[in-house]
Design a protein around this ligand. Structure first.
Ligand SMILES: Cc1cc2nc3c(=O)[nH]c(=O)nc-3n(C[C@H](O)[C@H](O)[C@H](O)COP(=O)(O)O)c2cc1C
Ligand code: SF4
Length: 429
């Protein structure tokens, strides 16, 4: 649990006016990590950079929390094929809206991180994939990329150090499935965003069949911090096993929703009551979805002493996900909430796998029945059974992401679901 958070100074998005402009970024030490690496490639060999990032244990901020440096080390030795870094800014899961702030307020820290990652993996081309609804942020990033080309940080012979790296910004058309890494690769190739069967994994066979690594925007924004300050320093921020700064996206029934940067491991209570100004209208907390709608909901009585890091949330029965916290007050209708979440996943299923295509449809349909007062108790068991038929049986994790909220919300708020069913039986009778 982080005690001294009030004195924390943001690292990913410092409070510096116009930091999105390259002059201001450079005045504030911007691109110094890239210079450090490229100016001394003997000290900072590609392997050294990867090892430093691995030792720092930057946990992927796209949801799965995988060690970024370790992922980079899965890239095969360079051969005559092109190599790619695909940066995931699709950010489509309800409750998740933090990469947007990096694009808006500090795009160069992300570009710098992506360049260092590209250097470490001998990548020559970087793609950034952004959700289509973020068109304003696409333009902000494009402007930053243009500035970086003009200053010699991108393109041929970067900083005169014999390294060539290009970066292309592209955007989707608003499909959540294009955030799944292989769905994103398909979309980047100009095809329908159908996730691919793995193996082969993208490091072996990614974009156009070539070695590719996929990282989230916030993950890459952490990289310059590690190069400038070292893995040990990075490890000293945050919680045991979950280091570094985190962009917490807090939404729902709080007085001050927004994106707030603090170390990993902040107490849920501090985040809700101090940082986000407490519950609207002085109401009581009922529940929290900690990391985007695919992460299991927790009841207020499960949150005592819980902090926002993977170990604490696992022990409490949930996951860190993207740290997109959805706060719900005592008036929240959990049946309504769950139906709304299930509607989203049904709508976003790409339809390739039967358990997902049919399962998400069934979940939504049965929940709508319960929501409309036409459900029976046995429907709850049917819903739980459908979730077990979906989990772990599909090409990608969207089916799991759809199944978990249903299972946990029903199990953790069973009374509420039963009451709705019973009421309906009376009403019908
Ligand atoms: C259905 C689905 C949607 C996803 N959407 C995103 C997304 O919008 N952004 C993201 O970074 N990761 C998303 N992911 C996770 C990515 O597949 C991948 O794990 C991540 O981009 C890797 O980056 P990281 O290791 O830096 O976190 C999604 C996964 C699934 C299954
Ligand atoms: S699990 Fe769902 S979203 Fe993922 S590939 Fe299968 S049908 Fe498509």
């Amino acid at each position: 649990m982080i005690e001294d958070w009030k004195s924390y100074e943001p690292l990913l998005i410092p409070d510096i006016p116009n930091l999105h402009k390259i002059d201001v970024y450079e005045e504030n030490d911007g691109y110094s990590a890239l210079r450090t690496v490229l100016n001394d490639q003997e000290k900072w060999s590609r392997t050294d950079v990867t090892n430093e990032v691995k030792a720092a244990n930057i946990r992927g901020r796209g949801g799965a929390g995988f060690n970024a440096g370790l992922k980079w080390s899965f890239m095969p030795e360079p051969d005559d094929r092109p190599r790619y870094l695909a940066c995931n800014g699709d950010e489509s899961e309800p409750g998740t809206f933090k990469d947007r702030n990096i694009f808006e307020f500090n795009p160069h820290i992300f570009i710098e991180g992506a360049l260092i990652a590209a250097y470490a993996m001998s990548v020559d081309t970087i793609y950034v994939y952004i959700r289509g609804e973020y068109i304003d942020w696409v333009h902000i990033l494009e402007q930053a990329v243009e500035e970086a080309y003009d200053r010699g940080y991108l393109g041929k012979d970067i900083l005169g150090k014999g390294i060539d790296i290009d970066l292309h910004v592209t955007y989707g058309a608003g499909a959540y499935i294009c955030g799944e890494e292989t769905g994103m690769l398909e979309s980047l190739e100009g095809k329908r965003g159908y996730p691919r069967v793995k193996p082969p994994f993208p490091a072996q066979k990614g974009l156009w069949g070539n070695p590719t690594t996929i990282n989230n925007i916030e993950t890459l924004a952490n990289v310059p911090l590690v190069i400038n300050n070292g893995a040990e320093w990075y490890q000293s921020i945050g919680a045991e096993g979950h280091n570094g700064p985190v962009l917490y996206g807090i939404s729902g029934h709080v007085n001050k929703p927004g994106v707030y940067e603090y170390p990993a491991g902040m107490s849920v209570e501090d985040l809700i009551y101090e940082v986000a100004g407490g519950i609207r209208g002085g109401k009581k907390l009922k529940a929290l979805i900690p990391g985007g709608t695919s992460t299991p909901v927790l009841r207020a009585d499960q949150l005592e002493g819980v902090s926002m890091d993977s170990n604490s949330l696992r022990d409490a029965g949930s996951m860190m996900g993207t740290a997109g916290m959805v706060v719900m007050d005592e008036d929240t209708d959990m049946v309504d909430l769950l139906w709304r979440i299930s509607h989203f996943f049904h709508h976003e299923s790409c339809g390739q796998c039967t358990p997902c295509r049919e399962g998400t449809g069934w979940l939504e349909k049965v929940l709508l029945k319960i929501k409309n007062g036409e459900g029976e108790i046995k429907d709850l068991d049917l819903l739980l059974d459908v979730t077990t038929q979906m989990e772990g049986r599909t090409i990608c994790a969207l089916a799991d992401a759809a199944a978990w909220p249903v299972r946990h919300t029903i199990n953790r708020f069973r009374d509420e679901f039963e009451a709705r069913c019973k009421k309906s039986v009376h009403a019908v009778a």
